[in-house]
Write a protein that binds this ligand. Sequence first.
Ligand SMILES: C[S@@+](CC[C@H](N)C(=O)[O-])C[C@H]1O[C@@H](n2cnc3c(N)ncnc32)[C@H](O)[C@@H]1O
Length: 486
Amino acid sequence: MDKKCQRDGNISEFMCNLCPKFGMMAHIIKYNTEDEEFEWAVCEPIEEYSRVSANRFKQLSLFNDITPSVNEGDIKIIELFAGVGGFRIGFERASDKFKTVWNNQWEPSTKRQDASIVYQHRFGSAGHSNEDISIVPVEEIPDADLLCGGFPCQDYSVATTLHNSKGIEGKKGVLWWQIQRILRDKGENAPKYLVLENVDRLLGSPAKQRGRDFAIILSSLSDLGYYVEWRVINAAEYGMPQRRRRTYIVAYHKSSNIARQWKGESGDPMKWMLEKSILGVAFESKVDSKKNTRSDFTIDGDLVEVTENFNKSENGNAASPFGTAGFMADRQVWSVDVVSTYDGPCITLGQIILPDSKVPAEFFISDEEMPKWTYLKGSKSEKRMTKDGFEYNYSEGSMAFPDALDKPSRTIITGEGGAAPSRFKHVILTPSGRYRRLMPIELERLNMFPDNHTVGATDMRRAFLMGNALVTGIVERIGRVLKNRM
Ligand SMILES: C[S@@+](CC[C@H](N)C(=O)[O-])C[C@H]1O[C@@H](n2cnc3c(N)ncnc32)[C@H](O)[C@@H]1O
């Protein structure tokens, strides 16, 4: 590689001679921190590289090309919407039987593919795909035992179409249909197990026909031969350092061992959900006695009919029939609201923060900036003006300020990075009596990622990547139960 220019002090840019055809830039990044010293090279995935469509080309291996050695009895995983590898970390921590053989990550909103770069840096580029999943042919995806991924929350409605020989079509760009396409086209070689993650509001979307989107997901999985369990899990309620509520979905094909275990217990769906299912065992819980939300119903019709009719009410305000725990087999749904009964140790925000001596000055909030933070965090009731000059009343309650150190943190959001004052960024009062924002490494700890997992990206992007990621301890718990039951 020929040296080209210096950037950011510790990052140098080079023309990459591994792939001169595409004229790509490569970075050699040298790090020398107190705990770690390393050097790595990465081709910057510029537009032509990441947005491959017509001129598709084979991914080049840029790092240690570590193909995981898969042994007899190992559980092969494909990880979609991989981000920086939260599922991989969780599963591989649960057992060395879990081997991620292929993964896909492509960020549509940026030229520079930070998540893909971090992923390859940490896990190698063998089996990594940095392309829009919707243009990846199914033949390029290896067969595996388990498919996992945190798919984006979108509108899953289905319309009839004359162009599609199957008669129905999900909306273009809706990524759920990519999971469905892979499972459908792989046919009998499709993974027998699925572990998926999404936001908690998935169960109640869209607002005018609550639960419709989740009913579409359940129906499409049922039509592909899967039984499905789900749980809304707040990581902090199981001892983890962040209050992050997400819907976790575990599905198993009818021909799998776990489906057979369900058939043995099928007389008692409530017992299955709470005590015997994968999520029931992984996340101890009991029925929420304050809510009376038990439901038992079937989802009827094809996907177009589910789109049009599911939970339709005259005034459009019927509550979602999906509780925080549930199970579906052959379109029959059982569901209930549950609460955690975990009573083990808990990690607090205060336990994961770095000492002030390790925190650069820019993370501390100056006296001049303090009034802006106080205003944004505070409660307010005031008159505001729209762009068109229309005056309206605006009010909101106050946010915790500073964030409590003796509790798990609030949810990390993608806008957590950067020095600009904000209502939602975390601010702590350190033992030395100074206010400061959280460091990228602390955000990683709140998601239970290894320290410095995202190093190499800017602080702003590191915060973004953690705002998108999951709490890996949740996946680890699922993996520990799953591996013994598959
Ligand atoms: C909710 S995040 C998942 C984060 C991941 N679980 C982690 O631990 O970092 C969804 C990911 O899907 C990626 N994505 C969005 N559209 C995509 C597409 N069309 N093809 C592939 N990946 C996509 C995003 O860049 C994002 O990283």
